[in-house]
Design a protein around this ligand. Sequence first.
Ligand code: HEC
Ligand code: HEC
Length: 349
Amino acid sequence: MTPSLYKTKLMACVGMLLLSISCQEETTVNPENNEPTPYSLAIPTGFPKSYLSKENPLTIEGIQLGKMLYSDPILSSNGRSCSSCHLKENSFSLPIFNSWSGTKISVPPHVNLAFRNKFNWTGSEHNLDTLAMGDFEPEFFNTKPDELYKKLSEHSVYPSLFKKAFGINKIEEVPYHQLKKTIAMALAQHIRTMISANSKFDKFKRRELSLNQMEHEGYVIFFSEKGDCFHCHSDPLFSDQEFHNTGLNISYNGSDKGLFNLTQRQEDMGKFLSPTLRNIEFTAPYMHDGRFSNLEQVIDHYNEGVSDDKHVDPLLNKRNGTRKLNLTPIQKQQLIAFLKALSDWDYIK
Ligand code: HEC
Ligand code: HEC
């Protein structure tokens, strides 16, 4: 417990003493008690308000537990951990995940998720605290509950961390749904601390260095009508947290219909949540289905490949009356140089 919390409790007791006779339990405050230690998230300058959770406040012990579980195959019965699909060197993403339904999904990175309340390519999840509960399913971890209880409760560290972080005395007595929820909450706490704000571009904004000429030209293209990327990939998250159809397809067959699959509304056909472009250099291949293997192909798409489909976002209709940007080869390179200035190398170390 932190000194300030200690003081608050003592004062509460004094107050209660005036009102009633006793405050037995509270007066036995001792710094060794089991309250987890509150943790205050350092928000980078210029970042929006974070979506922290009242039900699951950040604590040092909760974050520590989540961090350990994140890369521990103990949660699965198939040897996988979160970090098998969210690899650090790829900014906690994975090139491609082949889902059971046969679709290829590019695994989104874990970057600045504390500032978002929509998750997955179609925003199908809104609550980070419960998101990881789905990972125990056969397609991901194939977790056998008996094994999980046994491994966790016999572990040398986890029982005391569950106790300190969530007041759980005996892991084996917690109902399975509740256990999964507690694990998901610990993971969410850890993920909320995964903040990336130390790219070359961030340093440029803090006036610690300047961009080179290529990067600077790319920066101007990105943030002006010339490239017009900023509407959907807005600073500082480099995502507007909205859904857009970027004209990847001309027609929609099979299950690859984006937000439409959730809403069944025609206007949502082919729409996906704008992904962050932070650390984009580390997360190839690109787009929800990983169809582009490098940034050159992505830029070529925006430059001359946007389809004529009626569902395409109006933001991609250009002043020249087409959906083409008409960037020159050198301008394309400049834009890519700027995208690479969004890489936070400290983050993947
Ligand atoms: C087998 C691979 C795999 C494993 C293991 C896995 N994930 Fe994921 N994760 C994915 C895929 C694929 C998506 C994207 C799903 C989609 O968009 O439909 C995803 C999405 C997410 C997201 C949303 C990210 C965003 O930007 O919207 C979070 C958070 C997440 N995973 C956390 C976890 C945690 C925590 C674990 C461990 C409990 C985990 N994942 C284990 C494949 C995996
Ligand atoms: C109308 C909104 C919109 C505009 C304008 C836009 N984007 Fe995107 N961008 C998106 C969406 C949505 C996706 C994901 C599409 C998908 O996977 O189906 C995306 C994907 C990307 C990706 C791949 C990200 C990943 O993780 O796979 C890159 C790179 C990218 N955009 C760069 C740019 C650049 C550079 C520009 C300007 C030339 C730009 N975008 C303009 C909405 C937009």
